[in-house]
Design a protein around this ligand. Structure first.
Ligand SMILES: [Zn+2]
Ligand SMILES: [Zn+2]
Ligand SMILES: [Zn+2]
Length: 233
């Protein structure tokens, strides 16, 4: 567990950064951990903050709105037991709303599964690297759009980019062959001629920004194109 990741999440208690939302909401194919049916739209605390849950990785579970509402302040295991009891003694008041028994029985396993997935360090680093710089939008709809865009982006890769080999084992920037390396689906080759000093400066700048050189150049080119488009209207 990289400590920077943990502190980033802890610092923003209750209001995690965008990349944390993306990391969690894209897990398990976006399916809600509890009902295994609806799309995940929110982060659930596996042990709610109201009790002793700390707002850190192993507490975050993607859930749909309905399950989030139904589970309310209970922990996943409390809620699971209550729903089981409600199935055995209908109307005895254990849970006002319940998921089908078969679905209830799988909750523990799905929580463990999703936590394994979101704690995968290569996956974590990938999300932090690619989305760590963006602020979480205020509106829920906007967060949802970011998740949609990220899922679409991921779908274009033949396999998850964090599984692809690193060209250079470096913590500071991503050198995964599939996403920031030359086999990215949008990779495009061009040439620039720079002096040795300029090239050194460029490499240093990219390193400082935590970006692959191509990404840094791409960023400038995109800004230039956007400005150019604006000045034309
Ligand atoms: Zn659900
Ligand atoms: Zn993405
Ligand atoms: Zn990358």
């Amino acid at each position: 567990m990289p400590s920077t990741v943990e502190s980033a999440v802890r610092r923003d208690r209750g209001d995690q950064k965008l990349w944390v939302w993306l990391t969690v909401l894209t897990a398990r194919g976006r399916k809600c951990t509890y009902c295994d049916e609806e799309q995940s739209v929110t982060l659930e605390h596996e042990t709610p903050l109201a009790t002793k849950g700390r707002d850190i990785w192993w507490n975050l579970v993607p859930a749909c709105d309905r399950c989030n509402r139904w589970k309310n302040r209970k922990s996943a295991s409390e809620w699971k037991i209550d729903m089981e009891m409600e199935h055995r003694h209908p109307g005895a008041g254990f849970a006002r709303n319940k998921l089908p028994l078969q679905v209830v029985m799988g909750i523990t396993e799905r929580v463990a599964e999703v936590q394994r997935e979101i704690q995968d360090s290569a996956r974590l680093r990938w999300f932090e690297h690619h989305h760590g710089k963006y602020k979480k939008p205020r509106l829920r709809r906007e967060v949802h759009e970011c998740v949609e865009a990220c899922v679409k982006e991921l779908a274009r890769y033949p396999y998850p980019p964090w599984v692809s080999p690193e060209l250079q084992a470096e913590a500071k920037r991503c050198t995964r062959r599939l996403c920031c390396g030359h086999t990215h689906p949008d990779a495009w080759f061009g040439f620039i001629i720079l002096s040795v000093d300029e090239r050194k400066e460029l490499l240093r700048a990219a390193y400082d920004e935590g970006l692959y050189v191509g990404d840094l150049l791409g960023h400038w080119v995109k800004r230039y194109l956007a400005e150019r488009a604006r000045s034309k209207d």
